[in-house]
Structures are given as C-alpha cells and as structure tokens.
Design a protein around this ligand. Structure first.
Ligand SMILES: *[C@@H]1O[C@H](CO)[C@@H](O)[C@H](O)[C@H]1NC(C)=O
Ligand SMILES: *[C@@H]1O[C@H](CO)[C@@H](O)[C@H](O)[C@H]1NC(C)=O
Length: 637
C-alpha cells in the first residue's frame, strides 16, 4: 500500500483546503500526514506536534547533520544487517558478512540496531519522500517476515523475531540470564521500528510482522504471575509498555493495552507517582522509556496516575539530574539528586537518555503546552545531541557519552564509552541507534498546533518549512539562530489564526516581534511564555522575532562556583587544542569574556588560569580538548 500523504498528498490537501477556504474544514486528525491514521483518540491532549511529513528542514547545520545520517542509512549494507535475524531463524545468510560491535553474532543482545534503522528510514520517507529509504525499509520488513515465517523450523514459538535464541527469555523469567543481557530491550526496538514502517510508509507487511511479534509477547507474558513479571522487569526492557500502548492506539485492539500494562514497573512507578526522587543508583536509560510509556498510557486510559509519573519523572530529572547541556547520567547511572559537580568525567550524558527525554518532553507538552518544555528541548537538542555527531564524518558518526571533565574530547576513548566515535559496522551501540533516529527527525518538534487548529505554535528556531494543511497555510522559517538572535517566519496562505511564538526563559532584555516590518510586540512576549500574534494572515506576511541573547552562567546544582557559560541558548566550551588540561577545572575570569564582533558565538582571548583561551559553541567542539564546566570567578561583563 502506498502512503496517502506523500508530497503529492500534502500539496493535494493544500489545494483542496485553499479551494474550500470559504467553509474552513478543520481536520480533526491528530497526526495528519501519517500513512495510516491511529484507530483511537487520546485523552487529555490539547495540542499536537506536526507529523514529520509536514516539515522539511532547509539549509542549516541541522540539515547537514540529517544529510550525513541519510548518507549512512543509504549506504549501510542491508544484507549485513539481516545476518543475525537470518542466522537465528535458520535461513541462509546469503554469504553476507556479519557485523561487529553490538551486532556481532556472539554479542548477547545483538539485533537492536535494526529497529532504529527501520524508524530512521521511515522518518526519511516522511520528511524527505526519500524512495530509497522507503524501499530499504519495506525490503527489510519483507525479509524479517521470512524469518518469522520459518519459526517452526527454527524451533521458535509463533511470532518470535530476533537475532538471538528465544531461550534467553526462559532465562530472563528464571532470573538466570547473564548480567547485561537485555532481550526485551531489543524486542522493543524491533516493534518500534515495525510500527514506524507501518504508520509512516503504510507497509501492511510491517503491520503483520509487528502484530505477530506483539502477539508472541502477549502470549508469553499472559502466562506469568505478577511477581514473576515484576521480577523480570528488573532487567532493562526499553519501552515495552510504550510500544504496546502505541500499538493499541494504532489498532484499537485492547489486548495490546493489557499487554502494555504488564510492563508497568511498580518499583520505579510507585515512588514517582508520589513525587519521590528514588533515582539514585538506577541505570538511567532503563527508566526514561518507561516514563514515555506512562504518558502514552495516560493518553490511552485517562488514568492520571500515569500522568503524575511522567510529569514527576521529567521534573525530577530536569531539575536535579541534568547537566548544563541537558544530558543526564554518569557511567549510565543516575546519582544523588543535584550531584552534578562531583560527576564530571568521560562518561557523562549518555546520548540515549537525552533522545528519550526529548520524546518524553514532547509528549508532556501536548498535555500541557507550556513553553518550559521547549526550553528544555532546545537545551538538550542544541547543546547535547547536535554536537554528538561528528561533522567531519560523511556518515554522521556519533559518541556514546559526552565527556564533561576538564579537557574532555569527543573522538577519543576506549572501544566504546568516553567520547569515541562510532563506525559503520564495528560499533552499533545503543546511542548509534538512537542517533540515526535523532538526526532524521530534527524538525519534528519545531511547530505545534492546538487541537482546534486555531493556533500555531513555534517552539524552536530551526530553518524549515511547515505545511499546515488544515489551514491551507505554510510557514517558512529562515534564521541563523543561535548565532543570530532573529528569526523570520513567512506565511503562505491566508486566514485568521493565532501564532504563538516561544519566548525562551533565557531571553535577556525584551523580545520583540514585527509583522511586515512594523513593530507588533504583544504584551505576552515575556521570557518563559508564548507571545501571541493574532491576525488575519495574507500570503507573504512576515513575522520577525528578535530574542536578545546575553551571557549566562549555569552553575552546577551542587556547587555554585563550578559553572558552564552560555550565550542565549548555546552552551560555550573552551578550546584547548591538543593541550592537556589538568583534572581541576580551570579558573575562568568571567569579566574577561569578550564576543568577537559580528554576532558570532566566538569569544576570543578570555582568561582562564591566567592563560588566554577561546570559547565557542559546545556543539562545534569536535577534534580538540575542551572545557565546559569552569571554576568561575568575578562577574560577567
Ligand atoms: C519542578 O517542580 C518544582 C515544584 O513544583 C518547581 O519549582 C520546578 O520549577 C519544577 N522544575 C521544572 C524543570 O519544571
Ligand atoms: C578520559 O579519557 C581519556 C582518553 O581515553 C583518558 O586519557 C583520560 O584519562 C580519561 N579521563 C578520566 C577522568 O577518566
């Protein structure tokens, strides 16, 4: 089945809406633009983010990141990625070479990467109409279907699908599985990838394989007592509650919700429901997907306890466990609340955690469209994930952690961990999987809309083009942000609606807004709010938004004299080249920070430990030793 809202679909719908302008048809579909609409509605939602198929990135650093990942997704050898599935399901591997790293045939939870790649291919189809990515995805799914169809010969139960033996689940349930093996983590990735191929591309093969594998999960878990089920949830299981709830949302079949709720992890949910921070010592990325599941379970059941869990988890993590760059965790774990300064080393800020926190943030915003959610979203996407990718890698390779110790460096470290770059076939770490997803959906939260399509939200300042079919409108955003402080929105189409523009909490001085060059700053244009411009729009109207930036000090929660320095939204880093930096944070004289002229994010010749050092955006800190957290002294100029 072909996608119904391809490029042609978008413009077809647009033409139809424009023709109907006299009698405006408001489209109630919450996910307009997906190939397959969900079977159910959502409870508690007042705002929606646009489907990726409605947004295209235009020239910018963001698009360059996407292009590099796209090049990888088009070059990666599909036969090699199929190796473990085929071998495990007793089919010929067709002479393909096996992969290495976490997809090595001896690696315990091999075959996690493929689900991420399915999602990333689907996203490239959605936002770019890239037929090669679409065809790779549908071919891959057809081959997975063959693996699944051979289960009787392979000795597996109906529906099972993975690169490792089903007997791992016996060991999981008996609590005898080897430490570090996480089979449901992988099943979650496969289910999520299949769901995305179905809903973005409309491939019904993907739906069949998906529901068959979900059926295997349901059958297996339905036989377990609550205590055996809860005990096995001590082993990382990704977002099993999340993806099964999503399958319920897309199919309307309540068996998937029942199966999802079996994965509600009581030991983690109970304290969060009571707003207690019991995160210290927990493996961080094991928890965040459960919270995304909780917010989806709220939307599908209306049970507010799920909303409390998700909100409290977000608040606790953002307030008490996050570094200045928006990332969290050290050596993959949460530590004590507010313990930031004492945990600055090579293994800070695992990238998957931020990928998952961004997903959680989006979901919470749809229930409560408060701009604070996008203040965090911007902070983590710009300062953590954008620079996680190596701009000199044609395939967009990434780091697992983002070192935050003095003299940390992306691109060096052990086989995995530290700042080591990933490779085409010898890594396949978790963060490489989430990395191909992140870099193919960089636009997915830029714009939102109210459920009644009377309001458009501008959440992020990213060069892009939006098609808002329900309004017959387009919005083109052009900006050099965050180097520049101004963004211009050009409206296509006409009609009366409200434009709400996020005024970030960090804005220094008054934000200003002009419409067609004339001052039109609304009274609500205050930091931490959405500024509302209400107007009957005409084609070609422009809205210019200026968000004055200044230097800010972002102290560690546990040590006010140890701080990162940011300019507007952008965390800055000191460039030490190849010079080793001692283990103590250099003492930065804040008064010495001087911006290069011409609105750049470069600050040259600041003084740290009595020596001159240049600072620039941390997202551009690749290939040299850097400092993010300083012992700060004096006052900002
Ligand atoms: C978390 O909740 C507390 C108490 O309600 C509030 O003061 C704080 O601002 C919240 N943090 C975030 C990041 O929203
Ligand atoms: C960080 O990693 C680098 C490169 O592997 C290593 O030389 C350095 O000792 C590590 N630093 C810490 C604090 O572990």
């Amino acid at each position: 089945m072909m996608k119904t809202q391809g490029c042609q679909g978008i413009f077809g719908a647009l033409t139809a809406s424009v023709a109907l302008l006299g009698t405006i048809v408001l489209n109630a579909s919450p996910v307009l633009g997906q190939a397959v609409p969900p079977a159910r509605t959502e409870t508690g939602v007042s705002a929606y983010l646009f489907d990726l198929s409605q947004i295209q990135l235009t020239d910018s650093r963001w698009l360059e990141n996407q292009d590099r990942t796209l090049a990888y997704l088009k070059s990666v050898d599909v036969e090699r990625l199929l190796y473990n599935f085929r071998a495990n399901h007793k089919l010929s591997t067709n002479g393909a070479e096996a992969c290495g790293g976490w997809d090595d045939p001896t690696f315990p939870f091999r075959s996690h990467m493929q689900g991420h790649v399915l999602t990333a291919w689907s996203q490239c189809w959605a936002t770019l109409q890239d037929t090669e990515c679409r065809d790779r995805a549908t071919y891959f799914v057809a081959e997975l279907a063959k693996c699944q169809a051979n289960n009787a010969n392979a000795g597996f139960a109906t529906g099972y699908l993975s690169g490792f033996p089903e007997s791992d689940f016996n060991a999981l349930e008996a609590r005898t599985l080897s430490n570090g093996n996480v089979p449901y983590y992988v099943i979650h990735k496969t289910l999520a990838g299949l769901l995305d191929v179905w809903r973005h591309i409309g491939d019904t093969n993907a739906k069949d394989v998906l529901l068959s594998l979900a059926g295997w999960v349901n059958t297996r878990t339905s036989k377990l007592s609550t205590s055996v089920m809860q005990a096995q949830l001590e082993t990382e299981f990704g977002g099993m509650n999340d993806v099964l709830t999503e399958i319920y949302y897309w199919t309307g079949d309540s068996q998937w919700l029942t199966a999802a709720q079996r994965f509600d992890h009581a030991a983690v949910f109970t304290p969060l429901a009571a707003d207690q921070d019991k995160l210290s010592g927990l493996h961080a990325n094991t928890q965040v997907p459960k919270w995304i599941g909780a917010i989806h379970e709220y939307k599908q059941t209306g049970t507010t306890r799920y909303l409390d869990i998700a909100r409290n988890a977000w608040n606790i993590t953002v307030s008490a466990h996050s570094y200045a760059i928006g990332g969290n965790s050290e050596a993959e774990h949460f530590h004590d609340a507010n313990a930031i300064a004492e945990w600055l080393d090579n293994d800070t800020a695992e990238a998957c955690n931020s990928y998952n926190m961004l997903k959680l943030t989006r979901e919470l915003w749809t229930v409560d469209p408060d701009p604070k959610f996008f203040d965090f979203y911007e902070r983590a996407l710009l300062n953590h994930l954008l620079g996680q990718q190596d701009p000199s890698s044609a395939h967009g390779h990434i780091t697992y952690f983002t070192p935050l110790n003095p003299g940390g460096r992306r691109g060096v470290g052990p086989a995995w961990g530290g700042g080591t770059w990933s490779t085409d076939y010898e890594s396949f770490w978790c963060c490489q999987g989430t990395g191909v997803e992140t870099n193919t959906k960089l636009a997915d939260s830029v714009y939102g809309r109210s459920g009644d399509d009377r309001t458009l939200y501008v959440n992020l300042f990213t060069p892009s083009k939006l098609t808002w079919a329900a309004r017959g409108a387009t919005v083109t955003q052009t900006t050099s942000y965050p180097a520049g402080d101004t963004t211009t929105l050009t409206i296509g189409g006409s009609g009366a609606w409200d434009l709400k523009i996020r005024i970030p909490g960090w804005v220094a001085g008054g934000a200003s807004i002009a419409v067609n060059g004339a001052e039109a700053t609304p009274a609500d244009a205050a930091p931490g709010r959405y500024a509302t411009v209400s107007r009957t729009w005409a084609p070609g109207d422009t809205v210019t938004v200026t968000l004055p930036m200044g230097l800010r000090v972002v102290p560690a929660n546990d040590n006010q004299t140890l701080a990162a320095v940011a300019y507007g939204p952008t965390v800055l880093a000191g460039n030490y080249g190849d010079v080793a930096v001692g283990s103590a944070a250099p003492v930065l004289d804040l008064g010495s920070l001087k911006q290069k002229s011409g609105g750049s994010l470069e600050f040259s010749g600041a003084t740290a430990d009595g020596q001159a050092v240049d600072l620039g955006p941390f997202y551009d800190a690749q290939g040299f030793n850097y400092v993010v957290y300083w012992a700060v002294q004096g006052e900002l100029p």
